[in-house]
Design a protein around this ligand. Structure first.
Ligand code: PMP
Length: 408
């Protein structure tokens, strides 16, 4: 009966925000949630997005359903943006022209991961999915809920605060052939530490040799370099290998939550690069069948914002510049924090190699708890701090508290 339902554990990240809200210390800092805050600690709407919304408000005449996989226009813009790299990726452009990419608008990145998880659970011969250790906690939840078996490959060496590349290669080598493998396109969550282009090349050699199916998660395109076109080296490399028939297919889950600030609009996409135009027809039909039963069709406001921005050269330029400002602020405050941290007893150099929304401090759970209890600084106990919660007004207080906890 219903009275036997156990209480589920609260979401760790959302639990931190709740505790933060209840804290009455006016120096409190929330470093839990991975959403952008400006230098005064407030969420923003990208100016280009606001302008697109004004255009929509003036011109929209209906709120009809879009197609199960979103509008053709949205699919084309997304494909062009990511795979053709707006004219810079000839391999990707050919894959688009040959109808070898199936794209569906999805309910942001998480929805995209859910759709591909269900798809792979039905159609993949292997149900074994390799994910980096550590990874975004929701990856495990989404994939296991769909019936896939998730297991870790080595990614990060906590004691050295860096990628354990030898360990990574070894663990991929020892995994079962034809496994599914999850790759973070950039700004690895939670560590902020990415592979170099040379390291990606080595990893893709293994992927290719062992016939793994690459599943790329790209939630932070643009946050590594400030330029979304520079952050997709992994995708270009994959496209090159697909064009050369070395890798037959792969999937990409993408989100506009962070790089357009569309968090709550739930706007993203799933793309599957297929072996042929015939496969594309079958795969798209199965995606439609699946999505129809899951949520019928995606929301339209966010995707119309994307279409408006991508369809208007001025707004498009403005969006790229908005995104660049956001990323610049994060990098500036990352640098400021680094400068204020005491390096006598702790090497903080890893902070400068990490990119994206987070710093992976390497602080222990006890140290994170001490920061919370003594200084009202809220972060997840794995030592991941959302750098967007840091600004000119609190960086001194934060650095001072960290220095005290580290030097205790
Ligand atoms: N993947 C990763 C690694 C993420 O960090 C996030 C956002 N926290 C997502 C996917 C999906 O986010 P959303 O559903 O908001 O697009």
């Amino acid at each position: 009966g219903w009275n036997k339902i156990p209480v589920a554990p609260p979401d760790k990240i959302l639990g931190i925000s709740e505790a933060y809200t209840k804290d009455s210390n006016d120096k409190k800092i929330n470093l839990g949630v991975g959403a952008y805050r400006d230098n005064s600690g407030k969420p923003i709407i990208f100016p280009a997005v606001k302008k697109a919304e004004e255009k929509l408000f003036a011109s929209e005449t209906e709120k009809e359903y879009t197609a199960i996989v979103g509008s053709k226009k949205y699919q084309q813009y997304v494909k062009d943006f990511i795979f053709n790299n707006s004219g810079k990726d000839a391999n990707g452009a050919k894959l688009i022209a040959d109808n070898r990419i199936v794209t569906a608008q999805t309910i942001s990145g998480t929805g995209s991961l859910n759709v591909i998880a269900e798809f792979l659970a039905r159609f993949s011969a292997s149900k074994k999915l390799l994910v980096p250790q550590p990874t975004w906690a929701n990856h495990i939840s989404v994939f296991t809920a769909a019936g896939l078996e998730a297991s870790y490959y080595t990614y990060y060496d906590t004691s050295a605060n860096g990628v354990d590349f030898a360990g990574l290669k070894q663990s991929l080598e020892s995994a079962e052939d034809e496994s599914l493998v999850l790759l973070h396109a950039c700004c690895h969550n939670p560590t902020g530490m990415d592979l170099t282009p040379e390291q990606w090349d080595e990893v893709l050699e293994i992927v290719q040799r062992k016939r793994f199916f690459p599943l790329v998660d790209m939630a932070y395109q643009g946050f590594a370099s400030g330029d979304p076109y520079k952050d997709i080296g992994l995708i270009r490399n994959l496209n090159e290998r697909v064009a050369a028939n070395k890798i037959s297919s792969y999937a990409l889950c993408q989100s506009f939550a962070k790089n357009m600030g569309l968090y709550g609009e739930r706007t993203g996409s799933l793309s599957i690069v297929t072996e042929s135009a015939e496969h594309s027809v079958a795969i798209e039909s199965q995606l439609k069948k699946l999505i129809r039963s899951m949520y019928s069709s995606p929301p339209i406001h966010g995707s119309k914002i994307v279409e408006t921005i991508f369809g208007n050269p001025e707004l498009y330029k403005e969006w790229l510049s908005n995104l660049n400002s956001v990323v610049s602020r994060l990098n500036t405050v990352r640098q400021k924090l680094y400068e204020k941290l005491d390096k006598t007893n702790y090497n903080w150099d890893h902070l400068l190699s990490q990119r994206g929304m987070f710093i992976y401090t390497g602080l222990s759970a006890e140290q994170v708890i001490e920061l919370r209890e003594k200084y009202s600084i809220y972060a997840t106990e794995n030592g991941r701090f959302s750098i967007s919660g840091v600004n000119d007004n609190n960086v001194d207080y934060l650095a001072d508290a960290i220095n005290k906890v580290v030097n205790k």
